[in-house]
Ligand binder design. Sequence first.
Ligand SMILES: Cc1ncc(COP(=O)(O)O)c(C=O)c1O
Length: 378
Amino acid sequence: MNIATQAVQIGLEWDIRTGAVTVPIYQTATYRHPGLGQSTGYDYSRSGNPTRQALEDGIARLDGAARGFAYSSGMAAIANLLLLFKSGDHLIVTEDLYGGTCRLFDKIFGQYGLSFSYVDTTNTQAVCSAIRPSTKAVFVETLTNPLLKFADLSVFSTICKENNLLLIADNTFLTPYLLRPLDLGADIAVYSATKYLAGHNDTVAGVVTVKDPQLAEKVYFHQNSVGAVLGPQDSWLTIRGIKTLGIRMDRQQLNAGRIAEWLAAHPRTTKVYYPGLKDHPNHALMSQESRGFGAMIAFEVDNYALVEQILLETKLISFAESLGGVESLITFPEVQTHADIPPELRARLGINNVLLRLSVGIEDCDDLIEDLRQALER
Ligand SMILES: Cc1ncc(COP(=O)(O)O)c(C=O)c1O
Protein backbone atom coordinates (compact mmCIF):
# COMPACT_ATOMS: atom_id res chain seq x y z
CA MET A 1 0.00 0.00 0.00
CA ASN A 2 1.22 3.48 -0.82
CA ILE A 3 2.59 5.45 2.16
CA ALA A 4 0.10 8.26 1.52
CA THR A 5 -2.77 5.79 1.97
CA GLN A 6 -1.23 4.19 5.04
CA ALA A 7 -0.77 7.65 6.53
CA VAL A 8 -4.46 8.49 6.14
CA GLN A 9 -5.40 5.22 7.84
CA ILE A 10 -3.50 5.83 11.10
CA GLY A 11 -5.73 5.23 14.12
CA LEU A 12 -8.78 4.39 12.03
CA GLU A 13 -9.52 1.06 13.67
CA TRP A 14 -8.27 1.99 17.08
CA ASP A 15 -11.52 2.49 18.96
CA ILE A 16 -13.33 -0.79 18.37
CA ARG A 17 -15.93 -0.03 21.06
CA THR A 18 -17.44 3.04 19.36
CA GLY A 19 -15.95 2.80 15.87
CA ALA A 20 -14.67 6.39 16.17
CA VAL A 21 -12.93 7.27 12.92
CA THR A 22 -10.31 9.40 14.63
CA VAL A 23 -8.44 7.96 17.57
CA PRO A 24 -9.73 9.38 20.88
CA ILE A 25 -7.47 11.51 23.07
CA TYR A 26 -6.94 9.31 26.13
CA GLN A 27 -6.27 12.14 28.56
CA THR A 28 -5.42 9.94 31.49
CA ALA A 29 -2.34 9.46 33.62
CA THR A 30 -3.33 6.05 34.94
CA TYR A 31 -5.64 3.04 34.35
CA ARG A 32 -7.79 0.92 36.66
CA HIS A 33 -6.61 -2.66 37.04
CA PRO A 34 -9.32 -5.26 36.38
CA GLY A 35 -7.98 -7.44 39.22
CA LEU A 36 -4.91 -8.31 41.21
CA GLY A 37 -2.03 -9.03 38.86
CA GLN A 38 -4.19 -8.06 35.88
CA SER A 39 -3.77 -5.22 33.41
CA THR A 40 -5.73 -3.88 30.45
CA GLY A 41 -2.35 -3.52 28.73
CA TYR A 42 -2.10 0.02 30.06
CA ASP A 43 -0.95 0.78 33.61
CA TYR A 44 0.48 4.28 33.59
CA SER A 45 0.73 6.79 30.73
CA ARG A 46 4.51 7.20 30.79
CA SER A 47 4.74 3.48 30.05
CA GLY A 48 1.95 3.48 27.49
CA ASN A 49 -1.04 5.53 26.37
CA PRO A 50 -3.50 4.44 23.66
CA THR A 51 -3.37 7.74 21.73
CA ARG A 52 0.42 7.71 21.78
CA GLN A 53 0.42 4.07 20.82
CA ALA A 54 -1.79 4.71 17.79
CA LEU A 55 0.88 7.17 16.65
CA GLU A 56 3.74 4.80 17.53
CA ASP A 57 2.15 1.88 15.67
CA GLY A 58 1.28 4.12 12.74
CA ILE A 59 4.77 5.55 12.29
CA ALA A 60 6.26 2.05 12.65
CA ARG A 61 4.04 0.89 9.77
CA LEU A 62 4.99 3.88 7.61
CA ASP A 63 8.69 3.14 8.10
CA GLY A 64 8.44 -0.68 7.89
CA ALA A 65 9.76 -0.92 11.49
CA ALA A 66 9.24 -3.42 14.29
CA ARG A 67 8.21 -0.61 16.64
CA GLY A 68 7.82 3.14 16.85
CA PHE A 69 8.26 5.49 19.81
CA ALA A 70 6.98 9.02 20.36
CA TYR A 71 8.79 11.66 22.42
CA SER A 72 8.16 15.17 23.65
CA SER A 73 10.45 16.62 20.94
CA GLY A 74 12.90 15.62 18.23
CA MET A 75 15.75 16.40 20.62
CA ALA A 76 14.23 14.17 23.31
CA ALA A 77 14.06 11.38 20.72
CA ILE A 78 17.72 11.80 19.73
CA ALA A 79 18.80 12.06 23.39
CA ASN A 80 16.98 8.82 24.13
CA LEU A 81 18.87 7.08 21.32
CA LEU A 82 22.20 8.18 22.73
CA LEU A 83 21.41 6.19 25.87
CA LEU A 84 22.18 3.10 23.77
CA PHE A 85 25.87 4.04 24.13
CA LYS A 86 28.24 4.16 27.10
CA SER A 87 31.24 6.14 28.21
CA GLY A 88 34.17 5.63 25.83
CA ASP A 89 31.97 4.99 22.79
CA HIS A 90 32.56 6.99 19.62
CA LEU A 91 30.03 7.99 16.95
CA ILE A 92 30.55 9.26 13.41
CA VAL A 93 28.16 12.08 12.61
CA THR A 94 27.14 14.13 9.56
CA GLU A 95 29.18 17.35 9.82
CA ASP A 96 26.45 19.54 8.36
CA LEU A 97 23.72 18.78 10.85
CA TYR A 98 21.07 20.57 12.89
CA GLY A 99 22.80 22.85 15.41
CA GLY A 100 20.71 21.54 18.32
CA THR A 101 21.88 17.98 17.64
CA CYS A 102 25.49 19.13 17.60
CA ARG A 103 24.92 20.97 20.92
CA LEU A 104 23.35 17.87 22.48
CA PHE A 105 26.23 15.66 21.34
CA ASP A 106 29.16 17.88 22.27
CA LYS A 107 27.92 19.87 25.23
CA ILE A 108 25.75 17.24 26.97
CA PHE A 109 26.79 13.72 25.98
CA GLY A 110 30.44 14.77 25.60
CA GLN A 111 30.40 15.26 29.39
CA TYR A 112 29.45 11.62 29.87
CA GLY A 113 32.37 10.25 27.90
CA LEU A 114 30.86 9.86 24.42
CA SER A 115 32.90 11.29 21.56
CA PHE A 116 31.82 12.37 18.09
CA SER A 117 33.65 12.83 14.78
CA TYR A 118 31.93 15.14 12.31
CA VAL A 119 32.48 14.08 8.71
CA ASP A 120 31.04 14.75 5.29
CA THR A 121 28.60 11.85 5.00
CA THR A 122 28.34 12.26 1.24
CA ASN A 123 31.97 11.08 1.20
CA THR A 124 32.10 7.34 1.88
CA GLN A 125 35.89 7.35 2.20
CA ALA A 126 35.75 10.04 4.89
CA VAL A 127 33.32 7.90 6.89
CA CYS A 128 35.49 4.78 6.58
CA SER A 129 38.61 6.70 7.63
CA ALA A 130 36.83 8.00 10.76
CA ILE A 131 36.09 4.49 12.09
CA ARG A 132 38.02 3.66 15.30
CA PRO A 133 38.01 0.57 17.51
CA SER A 134 35.63 2.44 19.87
CA THR A 135 33.19 3.48 17.10
CA LYS A 136 29.72 2.16 17.75
CA ALA A 137 27.44 4.03 15.34
CA VAL A 138 27.06 6.32 12.35
CA PHE A 139 24.47 9.07 12.74
CA VAL A 140 23.44 10.73 9.47
CA GLU A 141 20.87 13.26 8.42
CA THR A 142 19.45 11.77 5.22
CA LEU A 143 19.10 15.26 3.80
CA THR A 144 21.23 17.65 5.80
CA ASN A 145 20.16 20.80 7.60
CA PRO A 146 20.77 23.40 6.18
CA LEU A 147 22.90 22.56 3.12
CA LEU A 148 20.76 19.73 1.74
CA LYS A 149 23.40 17.11 1.11
CA PHE A 150 22.02 13.64 0.52
CA ALA A 151 23.62 10.63 2.24
CA ASP A 152 23.82 7.29 0.43
CA LEU A 153 22.30 5.07 3.12
CA SER A 154 22.71 1.84 1.17
CA VAL A 155 26.49 2.36 1.02
CA PHE A 156 26.61 3.26 4.73
CA SER A 157 24.57 0.27 5.71
CA THR A 158 27.15 -2.01 4.07
CA ILE A 159 29.99 -0.19 5.87
CA CYS A 160 28.10 -0.35 9.17
CA LYS A 161 27.34 -4.05 8.85
CA GLU A 162 30.98 -4.84 8.02
CA ASN A 163 32.14 -2.92 11.09
CA ASN A 164 29.33 -3.90 13.44
CA LEU A 165 28.06 -0.33 13.80
CA LEU A 166 24.52 0.92 14.25
CA LEU A 167 23.24 3.14 11.47
CA ILE A 168 20.92 5.88 12.73
CA ALA A 169 19.23 8.16 10.19
CA ASP A 170 17.62 11.48 11.02
CA ASN A 171 15.03 11.53 8.24
CA THR A 172 13.23 14.71 9.34
CA PHE A 173 13.56 16.51 5.97
CA LEU A 174 12.30 13.60 3.86
CA THR A 175 9.82 11.60 5.99
CA PRO A 176 8.80 8.01 5.14
CA TYR A 177 6.73 9.41 2.29
CA LEU A 178 9.88 10.22 0.31
CA LEU A 179 12.40 7.78 1.79
CA ARG A 180 12.27 4.86 4.20
CA PRO A 181 15.70 4.64 5.86
CA LEU A 182 15.13 1.15 7.27
CA ASP A 183 14.52 -0.21 3.76
CA LEU A 184 17.94 1.15 2.79
CA GLY A 185 19.66 -0.62 5.68
CA ALA A 186 19.43 1.83 8.60
CA ASP A 187 18.76 0.26 12.01
CA ILE A 188 16.95 3.25 13.46
CA ALA A 189 15.22 6.30 11.98
CA VAL A 190 14.54 9.42 14.00
CA TYR A 191 12.36 12.42 13.19
CA SER A 192 11.59 15.81 14.53
CA ALA A 193 7.85 15.21 14.08
CA THR A 194 7.45 18.93 14.78
CA LYS A 195 8.29 19.36 11.11
CA TYR A 196 6.69 17.55 8.14
CA LEU A 197 5.03 14.74 10.09
CA ALA A 198 2.85 16.95 12.29
CA GLY A 199 3.12 19.53 9.54
CA HIS A 200 1.16 22.50 10.89
CA ASN A 201 3.65 24.41 13.07
CA ASP A 202 1.37 23.69 16.02
CA THR A 203 3.12 21.01 18.04
CA VAL A 204 6.60 19.92 19.12
CA ALA A 205 7.18 16.15 18.88
CA GLY A 206 9.76 13.51 18.06
CA VAL A 207 9.51 9.93 16.82
CA VAL A 208 11.85 6.99 16.45
CA THR A 209 11.40 3.80 14.43
CA VAL A 210 13.46 0.66 15.04
CA LYS A 211 13.89 -2.30 12.73
CA ASP A 212 15.02 -5.03 15.10
CA PRO A 213 12.56 -6.09 17.86
CA GLN A 214 15.34 -6.69 20.41
CA LEU A 215 16.87 -3.29 19.83
CA ALA A 216 13.35 -1.82 19.99
CA GLU A 217 12.90 -3.37 23.43
CA LYS A 218 16.03 -1.52 24.64
CA VAL A 219 14.75 1.74 23.16
CA TYR A 220 11.43 1.18 24.94
CA PHE A 221 13.24 0.58 28.22
CA HIS A 222 14.98 3.95 27.85
CA GLN A 223 11.80 5.73 26.73
CA ASN A 224 9.93 4.48 29.79
CA SER A 225 12.85 4.97 32.19
CA VAL A 226 13.61 8.54 31.15
CA GLY A 227 10.01 9.50 30.48
CA ALA A 228 10.30 12.21 27.81
CA VAL A 229 7.14 10.84 26.21
CA LEU A 230 4.70 12.65 23.94
CA GLY A 231 1.44 13.58 25.67
CA PRO A 232 -1.93 12.39 24.33
CA GLN A 233 -3.01 15.78 22.92
CA ASP A 234 0.24 16.21 20.99
CA SER A 235 0.12 12.57 19.88
CA TRP A 236 -3.33 13.25 18.48
CA LEU A 237 -2.18 16.41 16.68
CA THR A 238 0.75 14.48 15.20
CA ILE A 239 -1.57 11.72 13.97
CA ARG A 240 -3.87 14.30 12.45
CA GLY A 241 -0.92 15.93 10.71
CA ILE A 242 0.41 12.63 9.35
CA LYS A 243 -2.92 11.88 7.69
CA THR A 244 -2.24 14.60 5.10
CA LEU A 245 1.50 13.93 4.80
CA GLY A 246 1.35 12.73 1.19
CA ILE A 247 -0.71 15.58 -0.17
CA ARG A 248 1.27 18.22 1.73
CA MET A 249 4.64 16.83 0.65
CA ASP A 250 3.52 16.67 -2.99
CA ARG A 251 2.45 20.29 -2.96
CA GLN A 252 5.40 21.55 -0.92
CA GLN A 253 7.99 19.96 -3.14
CA LEU A 254 6.27 21.09 -6.29
CA ASN A 255 6.41 24.64 -4.94
CA ALA A 256 10.01 24.18 -3.81
CA GLY A 257 11.15 22.97 -7.25
CA ARG A 258 9.71 26.05 -8.94
CA ILE A 259 11.03 28.45 -6.31
CA ALA A 260 14.52 26.91 -6.43
CA GLU A 261 14.63 27.46 -10.20
CA TRP A 262 13.36 30.99 -9.83
CA LEU A 263 15.97 31.76 -7.16
CA ALA A 264 18.76 30.16 -9.22
CA ALA A 265 17.94 32.50 -12.11
CA HIS A 266 17.75 35.62 -9.93
CA PRO A 267 20.69 38.08 -10.31
CA ARG A 268 20.89 38.78 -6.53
CA THR A 269 21.41 35.12 -5.50
CA THR A 270 24.90 33.65 -5.67
CA LYS A 271 24.18 30.00 -4.72
CA VAL A 272 21.06 27.88 -4.46
CA TYR A 273 21.13 24.55 -2.61
CA TYR A 274 18.22 22.33 -3.66
CA PRO A 275 18.76 18.68 -4.61
CA GLY A 276 16.02 18.86 -7.23
CA LEU A 277 18.22 21.22 -9.30
CA LYS A 278 20.14 19.26 -11.92
CA ASP A 279 23.46 20.83 -10.95
CA HIS A 280 23.15 19.77 -7.28
CA PRO A 281 25.99 17.25 -6.65
CA ASN A 282 23.61 14.63 -5.20
CA HIS A 283 20.80 15.09 -7.75
CA ALA A 284 21.39 11.83 -9.63
CA LEU A 285 21.75 9.68 -6.50
CA MET A 286 18.72 11.20 -4.87
CA SER A 287 16.66 10.67 -8.03
CA GLN A 288 17.36 6.94 -7.64
CA GLU A 289 16.97 6.51 -3.89
CA SER A 290 14.28 8.99 -2.89
CA ARG A 291 10.75 9.57 -4.11
CA GLY A 292 11.39 13.30 -4.17
CA PHE A 293 13.72 16.12 -3.24
CA GLY A 294 11.78 17.61 -0.33
CA ALA A 295 10.79 21.21 0.16
CA MET A 296 13.77 22.85 1.87
CA ILE A 297 15.93 25.33 -0.01
CA ALA A 298 19.05 27.15 1.15
CA PHE A 299 20.38 30.10 -0.81
CA GLU A 300 23.04 32.76 -0.65
CA VAL A 301 22.47 36.38 -1.62
CA ASP A 302 25.10 38.81 -2.82
CA ASN A 303 25.50 40.79 0.42
CA TYR A 304 24.62 40.82 4.10
CA ALA A 305 22.36 43.89 3.92
CA LEU A 306 20.09 41.98 1.59
CA VAL A 307 19.70 39.20 4.19
CA GLU A 308 18.15 41.62 6.63
CA GLN A 309 16.00 43.15 3.90
CA ILE A 310 14.59 39.74 2.92
CA LEU A 311 13.94 38.66 6.50
CA LEU A 312 12.09 41.87 7.29
CA GLU A 313 10.30 42.45 4.00
CA THR A 314 8.81 39.06 3.17
CA LYS A 315 5.12 39.35 3.99
CA LEU A 316 3.70 35.90 3.27
CA ILE A 317 6.81 33.98 4.25
CA SER A 318 7.34 34.32 8.00
CA PHE A 319 10.74 35.03 9.49
CA ALA A 320 10.70 32.16 12.00
CA GLU A 321 12.67 29.09 13.00
CA SER A 322 11.42 25.57 12.30
CA LEU A 323 10.32 24.07 9.01
CA GLY A 324 8.09 21.56 7.31
CA GLY A 325 4.71 23.08 8.16
CA VAL A 326 2.02 24.28 5.78
CA GLU A 327 3.15 27.90 6.25
CA SER A 328 6.35 28.97 4.50
CA LEU A 329 9.12 30.08 6.87
CA ILE A 330 12.49 31.69 6.30
CA THR A 331 15.42 31.63 8.70
CA PHE A 332 19.03 32.72 9.02
CA PRO A 333 20.97 29.58 10.04
CA GLU A 334 24.22 31.28 11.09
CA VAL A 335 22.61 33.07 14.03
CA GLN A 336 19.55 30.91 14.60
CA THR A 337 19.31 27.17 13.97
CA HIS A 338 23.08 26.64 13.58
CA ALA A 339 24.48 29.10 16.12
CA ASP A 340 25.76 26.17 18.21
CA ILE A 341 27.94 24.74 15.45
CA PRO A 342 31.58 25.77 16.12
CA PRO A 343 32.37 28.89 13.99
CA GLU A 344 35.32 27.22 12.15
CA LEU A 345 33.09 24.31 11.11
CA ARG A 346 30.30 26.69 10.05
CA ALA A 347 32.78 28.65 7.92
CA ARG A 348 34.18 25.49 6.31
CA LEU A 349 30.70 24.19 5.54
CA GLY A 350 29.44 27.42 4.03
CA ILE A 351 26.96 28.36 6.78
CA ASN A 352 27.79 32.05 6.49
CA ASN A 353 26.26 35.49 6.90
CA VAL A 354 24.64 35.53 3.44
CA LEU A 355 22.95 32.11 3.68
CA LEU A 356 19.18 31.88 4.18
CA ARG A 357 17.06 28.75 4.62
CA LEU A 358 13.57 28.58 3.23
CA SER A 359 10.95 26.04 4.24
CA VAL A 360 8.42 26.04 1.45
CA GLY A 361 4.80 25.61 2.46
CA ILE A 362 1.60 24.80 0.61
CA GLU A 363 0.62 28.35 -0.39
CA ASP A 364 0.05 29.22 -4.03
CA CYS A 365 3.50 29.16 -5.63
CA ASP A 366 3.02 32.39 -7.63
CA ASP A 367 2.20 34.22 -4.41
CA LEU A 368 5.37 32.88 -2.76
CA ILE A 369 7.54 33.89 -5.72
CA GLU A 370 5.97 37.34 -5.77
CA ASP A 371 6.69 37.69 -2.03
CA LEU A 372 10.35 36.79 -2.57
CA ARG A 373 10.58 39.06 -5.60
CA GLN A 374 9.29 42.15 -3.80
CA ALA A 375 11.63 41.46 -0.84
CA LEU A 376 14.69 40.92 -3.06
CA GLU A 377 14.08 43.76 -5.50
CA ARG A 378 12.89 46.68 -3.41
C1 LIG B 1 17.00 17.61 11.24
C2 LIG B 1 16.49 17.93 12.62
N1 LIG B 1 16.58 16.98 13.58
C3 LIG B 1 16.13 17.22 14.83
C4 LIG B 1 15.59 18.44 15.19
C5 LIG B 1 15.12 18.68 16.60
O1 LIG B 1 13.73 18.55 16.68
P1 LIG B 1 12.80 19.33 17.74
O2 LIG B 1 12.92 20.80 17.43
O3 LIG B 1 11.45 18.76 17.48
O4 LIG B 1 13.31 19.01 19.09
C6 LIG B 1 15.48 19.44 14.22
C7 LIG B 1 14.91 20.75 14.59
O5 LIG B 1 14.96 21.69 13.83
C8 LIG B 1 15.94 19.18 12.90
O6 LIG B 1 15.88 20.10 11.93
